[in-house]
Write a protein that binds this ligand. Sequence first.
Ligand SMILES: [Zn+2]
Ligand SMILES: [Zn+2]
Ligand SMILES: [Zn+2]
Length: 433
Amino acid sequence: MTRYFVTGYELAKWTFLKELDYTTDPQDNFDIVCLLPGTNINRLGEQLLDNRRLLTPIANFTGRRWPRADFRASKPSLEAFTSAAQALQPLCVAVAAIDIRNSSDYPSLAILGLAHSRNTGLTASRAPALAELVEYPLLAAIPKQRRLLEDLASGGLLERQHFDRLYFCENCGSSRMHVREECSSCRSSDLNDVSLVHHYRCGYQGIETAFRQQDHLECPKCQKELRHYGVDYDKPKAVHSCGACGEVSNDPAIGFICNDCSQHADAASLATREWYNYELSPSGVAALQAGLLPHNSVQTLLSKSVGICSIGEFVVTTAQLLKIAERFERPLCACAIHINNFEELRDRFGVSNLASAFLLLGEIIAQIVRNTDLVSAREQTIYLLLAETEADNLQIVEQRLQQETSKRISLPLDLTIERYPRDKLAQLLRTLG
Ligand SMILES: [Zn+2]
Ligand SMILES: [Zn+2]
Ligand SMILES: [Zn+2]
């Protein structure tokens, strides 16, 4: 039996609800979200995001348009609820098969899940009420849509198709720009059209106001009166005269004013932003099924600048080297570098910034280790095995790592380094095995 989550004002007046299994608590279990008149859409969006219910089918009975809804009817009734449950049944099944609610990559995975379960692309739409002027209606309630979508596309999980290129203000980021004609000298928009007058006899050409006497036209160069249009003179074209500085020009300049912060920009120097529609790629479907985003792992990010072996190889080789080191009394040690704020950095700075930071981190590690050493990573921890190295030297390694990362990486990486001298390596192997 379908369980409904119901939102709206004065729910008691909808007496038919008594015949249904429903809840008003967003933390409960339910199959379908039902919007009744008076629903606060913003609050509902927050509830769905907080409770990781972004994929749950939504039925809209408010009579008002909401593009995110999967089903709509003009007003609530028992019949409308029943037909919603029927119509949304296949979608409920599709959503139930997507297991991402506990993933650390929510809501990025929810974006993939929405496209997959609705069998649709993520289509951009013009939104004059937003400073960016573009939104993705299917992603209503998901903040930072553009950054998440672009991160997914850079990782190959979504495919981009051009939607539009929009100018934006470099001061505040808004695309609500007013385009206007301006004086090319002082940038005022106080331009007036004035006619040019050409005196045939002496060849002088100037703006009409310079010829104008009380009731006739007189050439300012030769002082002759201009009587007949087409015989004495003609008006070849209109030009622009600036009310602020008096500059006369043929072609006014094009300038932009930001409607949000009033910053001025020239057409030539204005920044643009590409917007795309997105389609789910086969890798996107695979990521959704796996419940995590492959391109975001420490291991993948790091492997671009330093040689990395799998945890399995690391364990086997370390075990071997440990035996030899113990037998021949050779030094051997390891350290585990834990990145405490990986997810926070990813959410705050985006995957592309994170990727550049890890490229540098990989370079720093590559400088510290020798080719006889091993590097591996799992989740948010990097493991280094240092052959022929006394445990005392781990302190130097740690210092260099902290110094170099704070010097070269602008993202605030929060690292904890755990030291494993030779007699503690067996313990490390147990945690990894
Ligand atoms: Zn003249
Ligand atoms: Zn001017
Ligand atoms: Zn602005």
